[in-house]
Design a protein around this ligand. Structure first.
Ligand code: SF4
Length: 374
């Protein structure tokens, strides 16, 4: 099946503007508590991770995220006035850290397309006790790696769906070459970013033939830290990628394929709520991870909230609507009011989409990943 043989999904596409205009959820009242570390949702999960989409723009058209048929030349991006400013983003982040957030991930769209991103990194890096990370498609990373490091960015994740140029160009659908992403990863390692995560979304019949090649290519020499490939099951994010269960390669199959060539064993998680399951090579040189939202749901330990480009808080990647914080930010609300809103939102959270996913739910209208970050 050629990579471009995507079923026409135009009919199934819900005009995204409509979804944005679908209105926000009412912000639930919060239950006051003096102990921010006690903040838990309805399933006892803490708020630990805030993913921030700093732009809804991207220069790639990855078929599983921003298919060209939908995000075409007529696609209306958010007007600048609707996009949160660096000051607003930093304010929400600082307040969220006060409620328990310890990890902030900058996403998009493509975050490196946001002008002055290093400035935002420096503003966020000034917030104490956070792990500041960023996910990029690598297209602008070579030029920016050193300045991002100098601005205070701690860690990087680079998306790379194939080493085979023809497949990669087709998957990003803008003809961007693998070589440039590999150069960017080298530049980022040289700038001091270690153990860069390499995210590969695996789609059956499209790039799954590359699973073992990616493992071999990124497997470090003995004693070297190496970068870490994370194989991501193809997910029904948003409403535009034509997702079907048949296109999913279960993570266990990915592990089996790698183990057959590079024997490996499970490794303990680095921390509670870690998204990827770790596998260490038996020869002691390196590891990889699998992210199995479809076949091994991990909602039970999900500690993530997402701030959209236009300032809404989403409590699940597969949410349909979010909670509007921008109106609070721009209507003179003080930090306590914004903190109470975040607390109320989190305290009422029950999300567990991956545990209840069906072919029917997969067709439901959901916010686009490019709008809230992966
Ligand atoms: S489906 Fe939603 S609740 Fe479950 S792990 Fe993903 S983001 Fe968290």
């Amino acid at each position: 099946m050629s990579v471009n043989a995507r079923p026409s999904i135009i009919q199934s596409v819900i005009p995204i503007a409509d979804l944005r205009q679908a209105g926000s959820l009412p912000i639930p009242a919060h239950v006051p508590s003096t102990d921010a570390t006690a903040l838990r949702d309805q399933r006892g999960r803490q708020l630990r991770d805030l993913r921030i989409s700093v732009t809804d723009r991207c220069n790639f058209r990855c078929t599983y995220c921003m298919p060209k048929e939908v995000f075409d030349n007529n696609y209306q991006y958010l007007p600048h006035a609707e996009v949160l400013s660096f000051e607003e983003i930093t304010r929400v982040a600082r307040i969220a850290v006060g409620q328990g957030v310890r990890k902030i991930r900058l996403t998009g769209g493509e975050p490196l397309m946001r002008r002055g991103i290093e400035e935002l990194v420096a503003m966020l890096a000034a917030i104490p006790d956070i792990d500041l990370t960023l996910t990029t498609n690598g297209s602008a990373l070579k030029a920016k790696a050193a300045t991002l490091k100098a601005a205070g960015l701690n860690r990087l994740t680079v998306s790379l769906d194939s080493l085979d140029d023809k497949t990669f160009r087709a998957m990003n659908d803008v003809d961007f070459p693998v070589a440039k992403v590999l150069e960017a990863i080298d530049a980022a390692n040289a700038a001091g970013f270690e153990q860069i995560k390499i995210n590969m979304v695996v789609k059956r019949g499209v790039n799954d033939h590359q699973v073992v090649q990616m493992a071999k290519f990124f497997k470090p020499a003995h004693g070297m830290p190496g970068n870490i490939v994370r194989y991501i099951e193809f997910m029904d994010v948003g409403s535009t990628n034509g997702w079907k269960m048949d296109d999913v390669i279960p993570s266990q199959e990915v592990v089996n394929r790698i183990h057959a060539v590079l024997p490996c064993q499970p490794a303990n998680p680095n921390h509670l709520g870690e998204v990827a399951k770790r596998w260490r090579y038996l020869d002691g040189a390196g590891e990889f991870g699998v992210i199995s939202s479809v076949t091994e749901a991990f909602c039970g330990t999900c500690t993530r909230a997402r701030l959209s480009t236009d300032g809404s808080l989403y409590t699940c990647l597969f949410a349909q609507r979010g909670y509007d914080l921008k109106t609070l930010l721009r209507s003179g609300a003080d930090d306590v009011a914004i903190a109470n809103a975040i607390v109320g939102i989190w305290q009422s959270r029950q999300d567990n989409y991956s545990e209840v996913r069906t072919a029917e739910t997969a067709r439901e209208r959901k916010v686009e990943m490019s709008f809230i970050g992966g």
